[in-house]
Write a protein that binds this ligand. Structure first.
Ligand SMILES: [Zn+2]
Length: 363
């Protein structure tokens, strides 16, 4: 079969590889729609971000290697021994990070905190291929009301659901969200469903602000023309938001906000409030901890999404409570167009993309 393999950074090739064998506890699938995550698109180009050292080591020791492809919708072709709950023809999506099943955390029902298990696309071959063999414990069935395109976003949405759960919102909390890319827009919708009161969003793109209003933001502020911290203070009686999601940080080369959105998030949250760090910054940054301490701020990070979170995303999207279609702008066709999807996703600002670019794997 054909699969995209990395021979190095910036060197992906559509190679002929052996058919995957459906092992016990695994499911053989045919990918229908796949999108690179922003992290994957950056790693493909050798840009330092999450998991950079791990990918670099694999390229140095194992290349050519099948990498990436954990955000997908696929159809089940066959199931391995010991798999119930999936049948040929079912459509499935996956969570990326899997529990190891053996460590003390996994054995005491805290497997969502396990960091020893494999990650699809990083440790296991993902779905930039004609077929893939995936652990059944990663998968969820996709409801008939969800399109292949929408289903490819469910993994990312499950991370946003986990992020909002980590925020521990209280009814009527005033929420601010920096960054209205796909995760920012997802956090907006999930926060709205989870009891948020006033919701203020911030982006630097008019189109993202427009989509944000369409999806439920009470105020969508364009930070190019308005000081977002002053605006958030003014809209919250001068004290700041109860909870701020920081979803904009990262390398300015990729059109992200650098470290600035974190400083702004800290200035825009009220004393005793919570900042939920969704962004990956790609390296260390300086933080004035005394300032956070003085204001009793909580700077927290999302838990890893579980199968429960992923199942919840299916309900949210199938029932129309979360809308993904307005964020999907670039849909390519055919396995050959995968590198183009990586290029668009790594440079979403340049291509005016909100969601990563998707690939419908068959014409
Ligand atoms: Zn474990």
């Amino acid at each position: 079969m054909k699969a995209w393999r990395f021979h190095g950074f910036n060197d992906m090739r559509l190679d002929d590889v052996p058919e995957p064998i459906c092992a016990p506890g695994h499911v053989l699938v045919e990918p229908l729609c796949v999108q690179p995550s922003v992290t994957e698109a950056q790693l493909a180009q050798g840009i330092p971000t999450l998991a950079y050292d791990r990918i670099k080591r694999r390229l140095e020791t194992e290349a050519p290697v099948q990498l990436f492809g954990h955000e997908f919708c696929a159809r089940v072709l066959a199931t391995g021994p010991g798999v119930d709950g999936f049948r040929p023809g079912d459509r499935v999506a996956a969570r990326a990070k899997l529990p190891c099943g053996e460590c003390p955390l996994c054995r005491t029902e805290r497997s969502d905190q396990c960091r020893r298990g494999p990650v699809i696309g990083f440790d296991l071959p993902g779905c930039f291929a004609e077929r893939a063999c995936l652990p059944a414990i990663a998968l969820v069935k996709v409801d008939v009301r969800i399109s292949n395109s929408e289903a490819a976003c469910l993994q990312s949405l499950s991370d946003s659901v986990a992020a909002v759960e980590t925020a521990g919102l209280r009814l009527a909390d005033k929420v601010a969200i920096f960054g209205q890319g796909s995760m920012g827009l997802e956090c907006l919708q999930v926060a709205r469903l989870s009891g948020a009161g006033l919701i203020i969003t911030v982006d630097v793109r008019d189109e993202a602000c427009r989509v944000s209003r369409e999806l439920g933001a009470d105020h969508a502020i364009n930070a190019r023309s308005v000081d977002p911290v002053a605006a958030i203070r003014e809209l919250t009686g001068g004290i700041g938001a109860d909870v701020v999601f920081e979803c904009a940080g990262g390398s300015p080369k990729q059109g992200l906000a650098g470290h600035q959105s974190l400083w702004q998030a800290i200035d825009a949250v009220r004393s005793g409030g919570k900042i939920v760090g969704v962004s990956w910054f790609g390296g260390p940054l300086e933080l004035n901890v005394d300032a956070l301490r003085e204001r009793s701020l909580r700077y927290v990070f999302p838990d890893i999404s579980t199968l429960g979170h992923l199942e919840h995303t299916v309900r949210l999207v199938a029932s129309g409570r979360v809308r993904l279609a307005p964020t999907i702008g670039h849909v390519l066709t055919g396995i050959e167009s995968v590198p183009q999807a990586f290029e668009i996703t790594a440079n979403k600002g340049r291509y005016q993309a909100i969601n990563p670019a998707q690939v419908l794997m068959r014409p």
